[in-house]
Design a protein around this ligand. Structure first.
Ligand SMILES: Cc1ncc(COP(=O)(O)O)c(C=O)c1O
Length: 398
């Protein structure tokens, strides 16, 4: 059957015998090797002539990684994908690909904090790159921020603290009309629920550490886009800065991809039940989950996503730090920790780190209050998670 006609679930759990000799192994082998040897001069000579595809050295390509890259590209509707050692490896490589010394970037005020620091401090100090942070809820906020030297619009939709959404198709069209490139962090929705490349985005990046791997045992990233852009990145940012994902991590990723559609369905279902419970609770002021009808950008979310992740934030009815601490500490099933998108439920209060990671004015601009709590709903029974939240909320409501 033509691979191009297969649906996402089939692509993810059915392995083509593309890079290994099939000895009946149902799981592709782990090529845990750094280099590839050749029969003779002509073979290695040819490999150097086709670096963008050759198996020569695992900093460039590895067969196990390549299987996962092809699957991810296929479900994203893109030509190619390149795995990286972390989500930040993908973000920094994609941004550096499009931006040169003295250029300008437009992005949203509530992007992931290390991406914010990379753009606003690292690139500013080392490459004199300037940046404008916009509200992002309308296309006009981007149009107004564009300058003569704007080379990149960087999006994160939904954003991972506030879940704010940008109109991907309209912003990609605006950028194209001005000759500006676009990169989006699509970690929250995954390429299953949000197809950014067909919507006109140049490069989509992910923290693979989240849903794509989903078992909280891997730190990794991926860039998805055209063969041209990723081919250039391979020979520059990838080859020279070296953020390549290791073979074993790629093998674990292949394991995870087989169940991605099933896991995302369960995350969405659990997320929906928890969000509706929180929305109705008297100790909760508001819930940021794009699947709720009360979410301010619900229509746009439904227009550009076919499903929802289970990361959400909500504002407690109090900004009293002692009460917020006792709520977080009172949870038993939700583990307190950073990251998200794994099998286990997590709780986090952005106030703990954002004030340390970002300058105060950037932190305030994101509109984060002390009582904002972020939870990642895992794969446990949602009824148990709701009981856990209910008990912890009762402690602070007394
Ligand atoms: C939205 C988002 N993007 C990117 C990253 C960075 O990914 P990694 O931790 O794999 O470098 C994270 C990590 O938490 C994230 O939440």
């Amino acid at each position: 059957m033509d691979r191009k006609k297969q649906r996402d679930r089939t692509i993810l759990c059915n392995d083509e015998n593309e890079y290994w000799e099939n000895k009946g192994a149902i799981v592709p082998p782990l090529y845990q090797n750094s280099l590839f040897a050749f029969d003779g001069w002509d073979g290695i000579d040819k490999a150097f002539d086709n670096l963008s595809e050759s198996f020569l050295y695992s900093r460039l390509h590895n067969p196990t990684s390549r299987i996962a890259e092809k699957k991810i590209a296929a479900i994203a509707g893109a030509e190619d994908a390149k795995l990286t050692a972390s989500g930040m490896g993908a973000i920094s490589a994609a941004i550096m690909h499009f931006v040169n010394h003295g250029d300008h970037i437009v992005t949203i005020k509530d992007i992931y904090a290390p991406a914010n620091t990379f753009i606003n401090e690292f690139l500013k100090e080392k490459c004199n790159v300037d940046c404008t942070f916009v509200d992002g809820s309308t296309v006009e906020t981007f149009a107004e921020a564009i300058q003569e030297n704007t080379r990149l619009i960087y999006l994160e939709s939904p954003a991972s603290i506030t879940m704010s959404i940008q109109d991907i198709k309209a912003i990609a069209a605006l950028a194209k009309s001005k000759g500006i490139n676009t990169v989006i962090d699509n970690t929250w929705a995954t390429p299953l629920f949000q197809k950014c490349i067909p919507m006109g985005i140049d490069i989509e990046v992910h923290s693979v550490s989240k849903y794509l791997c989903g078992h909280s045992d891997v730190v990794a990233g991926v860039m998805i886009g055209s063969k041209k852009d990723l081919g250039e990145i391979l020979l520059k940012e990838h080859a020279l800065l070296g953020p390549k994902m290791a073979p074993f991590e790629s093998w674990l990723l292949l394991r995870s991809l087989r169940t991605l559609p099933l896991r995302m369905k369960a995350h969405q279902d659990g997320g929906s039940q928890v969000a509706h419970f929180l929305e109705a609770h008297p100790m909760v002021k508001s819930v940021n989950w794009p699947g709720l009808k009360s979410f301010s950008q619900y229509e746009l979310a439904a227009k550009q996503m076919s499903g929802y992740g289970s990361l959400m934030s909500f504002e407690l009815n109090t900004n009293d730090l002692a009460k917020i601490k006792s709520f977080v500490d009172g949870l038993q099933l939700f583990h307190l920790g950073v990251s998200w998108g794994g099998h286990e439920s997590l709780v986090y209060a952005p106030v703990i780190s954002y004030a340390k990671e970002l300058p105060p004015e950037r932190f305030d601009a994101m509109g984060i209050v002390a009582g904002l709590i972020r939870i990642s709903v895992g794969l446990e029974d949602p009824k148990d998670l709701i009981e856990d939240l209910d008990a912890a909320l009762a402690m602070i409501g007394e």
